[in-house]
Design a protein around this ligand. Structure first.
Ligand SMILES: *Cc1c(COP(=O)(O)O)cnc(C)c1O
Length: 394
């Protein structure tokens, strides 16, 4: 099937499915570690890659492949590799593409484990990472050296919802002969397709919106076979960060409702952002859908929606922020995001707690900042739950 002819919502439901002789309508879960061969010669052919077909579920599995092909169709990528987690995807990518002596340039506001992986772990293997301010294209250019091999960004960023112009950064990467990887966790392909804007590789934590209901941990890489088929797939196969067939099935079914869920998340988040912006206990709201967001125009151009994450600063300090969090009865106090259930987080003491106070200040993450991943509960109930704490501040 050539999925280019079909719209995103159709691909989300249909792409990647292969049926067995049983004629099942829904995609089956192949819980098998290995596969059998008709005879010794077929086994030998498969092992030297002369014949297509499954060998072992660390290498390929039919349910995992269905998820990979569906996500590839959604991102508009030639190839997808599913992994055990989002971090497993980033590690697999780096081990496949980089070698000692290479330099990575990454945006400063990244998911905490991604920072640890780049600066703490890969540093020990001779791969150096420098961190750059996400929005400033000229800062990226200045930080480049002849050793720069990979640019890595999250856009919008966590938790302050800053963006980078993907097409501009992709042009810069191309002109210098390096690759651009975009962690598309916050937008998902329902809202943003980085490959169509010139990025080389899309990284996913499937744990977030692709599942959408907080059930499984998983990840994926999407891009041209030129980058993923050789070394990167080899690292997945021999390094072993493979996705389980059960998790692949959960994500496969999650993709079917992705567009609808993302529309609802965007709708709820923009209502909540507007409501927070007019609340007297709120000092500042960070949401690209608000007209006063400094990159509102870029977000409107680059994304099909403004996303489901809203951050805001309360008037006061840590005590007031914690009071708002602790006054909730409905919202879940957890650092996870991208769930049907609304979650509330204090970044300074959780997701960004391991940064030094100076690093946090430089990243703009204050003690009065709260991040909300807006879920699918009725928006009035979410607002009432937050009003309990906020009304006590003014
Ligand atoms: C959660 C997350 C990751 C890591 O994904 P895991 O599935 O937890 O390994 C990477 N990037 C972003 C933006 C995330 O939110």
């Amino acid at each position: 099937m050539d999925w280019d002819d079909y719209e995103l919502m159709t691909r989300a439901v249909r792409a990647g499915q292969t049926r067995t002789e049983e004629g099942e309508h829904s995609e089956p879960i192949f819980t098998t570690s290995s596969f059998v061969f008709k005879n010794a010669a077929e086994a030998a052919d498969r092992f030297v890659n002369n014949a297509p077909g499954n060998i072992y579920s660390r290498f390929t599995n039919p349910t995992v492949r269905m998820f990979e092909q569906r996500l590839a169709a959604l991102e508009g990528g030639e190839m997808c590799i599913a992994t055990a987690s989002g971090m497993g995807a980033i590690l697999t990518l780096c081990l496949g593409l980089l070698k000692a002596g290479d330099q990575v340039l990454a945006s400063r506001s990244l998911f905490g484990s991604t920072v640890t992986l780049f600066s703490g772990i890969l540093g020990r293997f001779g791969v150096r990472t420098d961190f750059v301010e996400l929005r400033a294209i000229d800062a990226w250019e200045q930080a480049m050296t002849p050793q720069t091999r990979l640019l890595f960004v999250e856009t919008p960023s966590n938790p302050l919802m800053e963006l980078v112009d993907i097409a501009q950064l992709a042009d810069l990467a191309k002109s210098k002969g390096c690759l651009l990887a975009v962690d598309n966790c916050f937008c998902t392909p329902a809202l943003q397709q980085p490959l169509s804007l010139g990025a080389d590789i899309v990284v996913h934590s499937a744990t977030k919106y692709l599942d959408g209901q907080g059930r499984c941990v998983g990840g994926a890489l999407v891009g041209a076979a030129q980058w993923l088929k050789g070394e990167v797939y080899g690292v997945m196969r021999s390094g072993g960060a493979s996705m389980s067939p059960f998790n692949a099935w959960i994500f496969l079914k999650g993709l079917e409702t992705l567009s609808l869920r993302m529309q609802a998340h965007c709708d709820h988040a923009s209502q909540l952002a507007r409501w927070l912006a007019q609340h007297p206990a709120v000092e500042r709201v960070y949401y690209p859908g608000l007209a006063d967001h400094p990159q509102h125009a870029l977000a409107a151009r680059q994304q099909r929606g403004f996303g489901g994450i809203v951050s805001f600063e309360v008037r006061g300090d840590r005590a007031q922020a914690w009071q708002v969090i602790d006054s909730t009865r409905l919202l879940s106090i957890t650092a996870n995001l991208g769930d049907t259930k609304t979650t509330i987080t204090h970044p300074a003491t959780t997701t960004h707690g391991r940064l030094s106070p100076e690093q946090r200040q430089r990243a703009g993450i204050s003690e009065r900042l709260i991040r909300i991943s807006v879920g699918l509960e009725a928006i009035g109930d979410i607002q009432a739950d937050l009003a309990r704490g906020l009304d006590g501040i003014v």
